[in-house]
Design a protein around this ligand. Structure first.
Ligand SMILES: [Zn+2]
Length: 698
């Protein structure tokens, strides 16, 4: 990129925006060490002007690449694109992160204006024929141009983004391609709205309290309040999970359970105004047409080409391997529950709507675990110390608290991650506590990226966001075991971001496919709950006593409860997703018939339903997990197999840690992912460890 040109543009803007002697902080590079964000200088009114100028500069940077008179080289084309739009990157990575945690009205207004600008800027790049020609020329020569493996990966990524946007199509085909994309966008919204409207319109209204025997008091109170809101007598129940699950777990009345169960699983499939069957068929048909236009045989082939799995068959084979073990385990669980029914004199066969109810009885008998006994051992402080201890020991790094770094909220804490030789690796922010402006869940993101090429280099700034309750004067923040795992999970993503040693942002850190990226987070959860590690961090917040063995044993035991069921419904949904998208013709497609055939082929047990059926499978018809729902299980196989390597060589073995750091954490997506994995593990990933971890094999 032409540095002088950018510098001139920035100076001009600075002058324009200097009112009241104040400069928009996004218009210049941060003066803080390592480019950390100057949160103390940013005001909500800074975002829009920064975006407007950012998009202008971004387009100018693209124009400059397109206008380059020299033959395309990696440097004058790909590196130039990677380094273009600095201002836009700066404002985007702050703005979109804070939208999730601290949005005010002005920011929300700004977002509405920015989204169309973003779409326009994307097309400005990906519809640019001149730039595509340059990229294609490089791509066609990539094998004899002396590029590094990482450069080839970056080039391929750019090439595929253009091609998947229709860059290789002629004008007529391109028009059809755009038409398909627009229609898919419309259908996706319709699908989601139907789901939402149908779920919201369903009410189970019960007026006889006797029929609600077994339900906990808090559920009854919520249902009574919901009935009052709707102007109904008695109690009203809906099919949202917080109401639906306890209902199936506790309501003694079988026929009511059956009604609730069927209402949930027939969403989008009731031949009413919310029916999604025609939408599913049209979406599948259009997706296949699009994939074929791009040269793929099926939509699944198109989606998997840049994933770690690479082919639909590889993903499918892995799912089937797990499936073989999951179904027999689920049958055992079913038989165990049937025994309870028989012993109670039930005289009926367990049906799908009975599963939660009897599973809950079984859980109480065999696996009862009182969370309130555990929580005193999991103060946030201790859990964080535990996660730091594991990473420091394995990877030879150090976390040092930093007190004077500006933050965007007073509860945010900051750390510096240092390498063994004391050099700076990254800043790490933790934003742990719930507040009204924060979206639910937990996640990791970057405030600044890592890169080093040409004269440019930067270390990353990473944040972990969670939603725990604030400590009080008398009580520290105490976590459930799931929350403790979440801390380790997000910290795993953070390590992937902090330890990265790539050259280009396009492949740096967590910029890797879904079926790989979750390995690095999920693997950390194994340390969170390993008995020997628990003894090193799970101390009672008052007495300082380590967690007792008896509690650890209960925790481990509870981990194997109902795993046949959970695996079957999860793997079943992943297989269904893959089957949907591996078809080569949808002309006679009938949703119900198709699912019945798949169930027969797979030997699905009738007492369990796929976690999601087509007509309400939001992940694949309203999100980008289409032909990708398998990713969760793929990554789980990787994390279990990788953790087994640590179990074999020592949970805190520095040499294993070094291999993991150098081959996985430092490499991002800069090399073939399976090859990276083999370099760490010495062999291909195997499913055994995952099956054992789920209690499916001994
Ligand atoms: Zn994750």
């Amino acid at each position: 990129m032409n540095k002088t040109k950018i510098a001139i543009a920035i100076t001009a803007v600075l002058c324009m925006s200097c009112s009241e002697n104040r400069t928009n902080p996004f218009f210049e590079e941060s003066k803080l060490p390592y480019g950390a964000v100057e949160f103390d200088k940013i005001q909500p009114s800074d975002y829009l002007p920064a975006f407007e100028e950012g998009f202008r500069q971004f387009k100018a940077d693209i124009d400059a690449v397109a206008a380059c008179p020299d033959a395309p080289t990696f440097k004058n084309t790909i590196e130039a694109l990677e380094s273009g739009g600095d201002l836009l990157t700066r404002v985007s990575s702050v703005f979109f992160n804070l939208m999730e945690t601290d949005a005010d009205d002005l920011m929300k207004e700004t977002e509405e204006k920015v989204i169309p600008m973003q779409t326009e800027a994307d097309s400005y790049l990906y519809m640019n024929d001149v730039i595509f020609k340059r990229i294609k020329q490089l791509y066609d020569n990539k094998d004899n141009s002396g590029l590094t493996t990482e450069q080839v990966k970056v080039l391929e990524k750019y090439y595929r983004r253009f091609v998947n946007g229709g860059a290789l199509l002629d004008a007529t085909a391109k028009a059809r391609f755009v038409e398909i994309q627009n229609r898919l966008g419309e259908l996706r919204v319709k699908f989601a709205n139907n789901n939402l409207d149908e779920a919201n319109s369903y009410v189970l209204n019960v007026t006889d309290i006797k029929r609600l025997a077994g339900l906990p008091q808090d559920q009854l109170e919520a249902a009574a309040a919901s009935a009052r809101d709707k102007g109904l007598e008695g109690w009203a129940f809906n099919i949202q999970k917080p109401c639906w699950i306890p209902f199936l777990q506790y309501c003694q009345d079988r026929s009511l359970r059956e009604q609730m169960y069927k209402a949930y699983y027939s969403r989008g499939n009731n031949n009413n105004q919310f029916d999604n069957k025609a939408i599913v068929k049209e979406m599948l048909t259009l997706r296949l047409e699009m994939a074929k236009m791009l040269g793929y045989e099926t939509f699944a082939d198109y989606k998997l080409v840049d994933r770690m799995a690479k082919t639909p068959q590889a993903a499918y084979d892995l799912l089937m391997e797990i499936w073989q073990y999951a179904v027999p385990q689920a049958r055992l669980e079913r038989d165990e529950m049937q025994k309870i029914i028989d012993a109670e004199g039930g005289k009926f066969k367990l049906e799908a709507w009975d599963w939660w109810y009897y599973a809950e009885k079984l859980r109480k008998q065999k696996y009862d675990l009182d969370e309130s006994q555990l929580m005193p051992y999991f103060s946030l402080d201790n859990v964080r110390k535990g996660s730091f201890m594991v990473a420091e020991t394995l990877f030879g790094i150090k976390f040092k608290k930093v007190e004077n770094l500006p933050v965007y909220n007073p509860t945010v804490e900051t750390w510096e991650c240092l390498d063994a030789d004391g050099s700076h690796l990254a800043y790490f922010y933790t934003d742990c506590f719930v507040r009204p402006t924060k979206r639910q869940g937990a996640w990791m993101t970057n405030f600044t990226d890592e890169y080093k090429y040409g004269s440019r280099s930067q270390r990353p700034t990473i944040v972990n966001v969670c939603n725990f309750s604030l400590p009080t004067d008398t009580l520290p923040c105490l976590l459930s075991i799931d929350d403790a795992r979440t801390v380790f999970h997000e910290f795993g993503h953070a390590l992937h971001g902090m330890l990265t040693q790539c050259h280009y942002p396009a492949v740096s850190g967590t910029a890797t496919p879904n079926d790989f990226v979750e390995m690095c987070s999920q693997i950390m959860e194994h340390w969170a709950i390993d008995p020997s590690i628990l003894k090193q961090y799970a101390f009672h917040y008052k007495t300082g006593e380590p967690i007792p063995d008896a509690l650890i044993e209960k925790m481990q035991n509870a981990g194997h409860f109902n795993t046949g069921f959970e695996t079957v419904e999860l793997v079943g949904a992943a297989l269904l997703d893959m089957e949907y998208h591996m078809l080569k013709d949808y002309s006679g497609f009938d949703d119900q018939k198709f699912e019945d055939e798949i169930s027969a082929k797979l030997g699905m047990i009738p007492e369990i339903e796929y976690r999601y059926r087509g007509t309400f499978f939001n992940h694949i018809f309203n999100n980008d997990y289409c032909a990708g729902y398998y990713s969760y299980l793929w990554a789980e196989v990787l994390d279990c197999d990788a953790f087994q390597c640590f179990q074999e060589e020592g949970l805190l073995n520095k040499e294993t840690g070094r291999r993991y750091r150098q081959n996985i954490l430092e490499k991002g997506g800069s090399d073939d992912l399976m090859e990276l994995y083999r370099r760490f593990r010495g062999s291909d990933p195997k499913t055994e460890a995952m099956l054992r971890n789920r209690g499916l094999i001994k």
